[in-house]
Write a protein that binds this ligand. Structure first.
Ligand code: SAH
Length: 371
């Protein structure tokens, strides 16, 4: 805990180790804000909701979402909205507090659950937690952008003698160097974390992601809401994706531990399995499709029209290309959602199929139709 990357460094942004979509363009967070509003309306405008973000980084995404909520204040005026941030990094939580509250957040080290509290620039209460379990129950919209890829994984290889775990060892020949070795026999992790129907020969499993998705699915089943997960990842097809980034360059994962961002692609098929059918799931769908369905092209046109100089227009087009180009972030990032079953299928559909009007489509996962 004291020497880990997010405790010591956590460098998000151009001057750091990696850059994320909300840091590239305000449009990204705005469209996600619209997604939550759209779901809130589709679910009958509940009187209150919590927006719970896992791993908020510099706080930019929440800030962009709050701007949308503020612009739509008349729509949300009767709704009690609160923000709940799950963050382990002391450094990043300070950055978030500065960004979202203008630095007016109070630390409560004694408080067993929320370690910090504040009010957003737009007047919405914000609380910080170390664990999703500390967030109070209630109707909630969850958000995890580039969160699951940061959690630790186990690596496994299939051998003639069965599954073996890839372990980290001290290299006996070179001082201060670590190396990968294969476990000589099975390990508790090989016994517990590999799906019986697994067909790949090399597999990465992130049990912590499974536990968190299970919790989100239980909470959505019980209290209502939805979760939006966005990350680079695959649907159970990729094998060796564990890698490190430092100063925007690939960095050997075992070199100088704690100084580089370590990441592994998110296995969405595993996340889907871990919902255990408690919620419905949508996706993964490619980022460029999701953002297109959310109306990014229209939003870009409006911003271009309002831009007062050529440099701003250039910047808008450049950031659009970063988010949407299939060779940049457009194809490798995916969106995935957890929704209550009744959001996709009428509970009494089987008995009286014609009795109800059709459910509204879930924004982002269906093509945008202009009326
Ligand atoms: N969502 C942000 C930041 C992504 S980086 C963005 O898109 O820009 C990953 C974030 O997850 C950081 O804020 C990091 O501090 C946080 N994090 C990493 N491990 C965590 C854990 N176990 N619990 C809570 N937050 C964690």
């Amino acid at each position: 805990p004291p020497q880990g990357y997010y405790t010591r460094r956590g460098g998000i942004g151009e001057s750091g180790d990696f850059i994320t979509s909300p840091e590239i363009s305000q449009v990204f967070g705005e469209l996600i804000g619209i997604w939550y509003i759209s779901e809130w309306i589709a679910m009958g405008k509940p009187k209150a909701f919590q927006l719970v973000e896992l791993g908020p980084g510099r706080g930019t995404l929440t800030d962009d979402i709050l701007r949308v909520f503020n612009q739509l204040a008349s729509l949300l005026s009767k709704c009690d909205v609160s923000i709940h941030l799950v963050e382990v990094s002391p450094k990043l939580s300070e950055t978030q507090a500065l960004m979202l509250t203008g630095g007016k957040a109070q630390s409560n080290p004694e408080d067993k659950s929320a370690y910090m509290k504040g009010i957003s620039k737009t007047g919405i209460p914000i609380s910080w937690y170390r664990d999703i379990q500390d967030v109070p129950p209630g109707y909630s919209f969850y958000l995890a952008h580039e969160f699951f890829d940061a959690l630790p994984i186990h690596k496994f290889q299939r051998t003639e003698k069965g599954w073996r775990e890839v372990l980290v060892d001290i290299d006996p020949d070179v001082p201060d160097q670590l190396r990968f070795v294969l476990s000589p026999s099975s390990t508790p992790a090989t016994e517990n974390f590999i799906q019986p129907e697994e067909t790949r020969d090399h597999v990465e499993v992130c049990p912590e992601a499974g536990v968190i998705i299970q919790r989100l699915a239980c909470r959505i089943e019980k209290d209502g809401g939805a979760a939006l997960v966005a990350d680079y990842g695959h649907d159970g097809t990729k094998t060796d994706t564990f890698r490190g980034f430092r100063n925007h360059k690939l960095h050997h994962v075992l070199r100088a531990p704690g100084t580089a961002d370590l990441t592994a692609d998110v296995d969405f098929s595993y996340l889907r399995k871990m919902t255990q059918g408690r919620t419905a799931t949508l996706g993964p769908i490619k980022q460029r499709e999701f953002l297109k369905n959310m109306g990014i092209d229209l939003r870009l046109q409006v911003l271009l029209q309002n831009a007062c100089d050529a440099a701003t227009r250039e910047q808008l087009l450049h950031s659009y290309d970063m988010l949407m180009n299939p060779k940049k972030m457009g194809d490798c990032f995916n969106f995935f959602a957890l929704l209550p079953h009744h959001r996709l299928v009428h509970p009494d559909k089987e008995h009286k199929p014609e009795s109800k009007s059709p459910l509204p489509p879930v924004a982002g996962f269906d093509e945008l139709l202009m009326k």
